[in-house]
Design a protein around this ligand. Structure first.
Ligand code: TLP
Length: 348
């Protein structure tokens, strides 16, 4: 049976060009700051995002954690969207390890508006933790891969700065946002004091994320990366794939977005499933299962048809397009989804 894997863009395999670059990468001990390929990736990433310097880390989760550790002190308050990855999916690391108290703010489709930041930041008072940092996510994963454009990002970033907060952007999929909005990624993070993105998602590299910011921020972040065990030695072997990812994989993300659209439109015609088409702007499709079967049950049925998806709530299934999903795969998946819906799902 052919497997169509829509669980995540994290399942993408490195390209042949990446494997070749990995095989011939010049390497050194990066904890000693001596890996030329890691330096090249960090420099390229900094240039593309318009930041001074970069720091290569093993994962997006570590990039967010190290950013929070670098921006804050224990007991500080961090404003974060209530469904943000940093809050929802990172094992509570910003509390457990960084020692901060998150203040979850329910955004509108993942966007925290400037007014919400103003309302959330309380005046100094002996009872309150010190509000120190605002974390944004672009694209917003749990909102359905929603991209935020320069105006939205600037407005909330500027407000945060006016209120004395630093701004960190979880840009795990910032290049999806940039492609969807039609601007260079750097324009989305002009007011970000730090931003991280992953080369290991739609960009298809096997491992890694890059954290970016001012030179002194990155210098301090380097110590926190070491503290949490993220200092890597001949990391150029994996950074080499990241360089190829940045050079060759950004523009093709538009294909993933078109395929997500095709998938979403097909599903929207498949009762009792539904999709909010206005939300489908990048490579993530959230499907509402309005049926007696729960989303995990529906996911299990689809798996028997060779279509892998992820339930993200009791009645929501997430499907993600990526380099290994063609338009033909989308059509095959739609057939399986229709068969499953018809065979197993009784409308309420
Ligand atoms: N997201 C994964 C899962 O953890 C849910 C996925 O399949 O989407 N920020 C955002 C917005 C993310 O979506 C992810 C990964 C991360 C951070 C963490 O990156 P990794 O997996 O490299 O630690």
């Amino acid at each position: 049976m052919t497997i169509i894997d829509l669980r995540s863009d994290t399942v993408t395999q490195p390209t042949e060009e990446m494997r070749e670059a990995m095989a011939r990468a010049r390497v050194g001990d990066d904890v000693l700051g001596e890996d030329p390929t890691v330096h090249e990736l960090e420099g390229l990433a900094a240039e593309m995002l318009g930041k001074e310097r970069g720091l290569f880390v093993p994962s997006g989760t570590m990039a967010n954690l190290v950013a929070v550790m670098t921006h804050t002190q224990k007991g500080d308050e961090v404003l974060v969207e209530a469904e943000a990855h940093t809050y929802y999916y990172e094992v509570g690391s910003i509390s457990a390890v960084a020692g901060v108290i998150p203040r979850p703010i329910p955004g509108r489709l993942g966007y925290i508006a400037p007014d919400q930041v103003r309302e959330a930041v309380r005046p100094p008072n002996v009872h309150f933790p010190i509000p120190r940092l605002l974390c944004l996510e672009n694209t917003h994963n749990r909102a359905g891969g929603i991209p935020f454009g320069p105006q939205e990002m600037d407005a909330v970033g500027l407000t945060a700065h006016e209120l004395g907060l630093a701004v960190h952007v979880d840009g795990a999929r910032i290049f999806n946002a940039a492609v969807a909005v039609g601007v260079p990624a750097g324009q989305l993070v002009r007011y970000a004091d730090s931003v991280m993105f992953c080369v290991s998602k739609g960009l298809s590299a096997p491992v890694g994320s890059v954290l970016l910011g001012k030179a002194d921020f990155i210098e301090r972040a380097r110590r926190f990366r070491k503290m949490v065990g993220g200092g890597m030695r001949q990391a150029g072997v994996i950074a080499a794939a990241g360089i190829v990812a940045l050079r060759t994989m950004v523009d093709r993300l538009a294909t993933d977005h078109a395929n997500a659209r095709r998938l979403a439109e097909g599903i929207s015609r498949t009762a009792p499933l539904s999709v909010d088409l206005s939300r489908v702007r990048t490579n993530i499709v959230l499907v509402a299962v309005n049926a007696r079967l729960t989303a995990p049950e529906f996911t299990d049925r689809l798996k028997q048809e060779g279509v892998l998806t992820l339930p993200t709530g009791p009645s929501t299934i997430r499907m993600v397009t990526h380099r290994h999903i063609t338009a033909h795969d989308v059509d095959m998946a739609l057939e399986a989804i229709r068969r499953t819906a018809t065979a197993f799902v009784q409308p309420r």
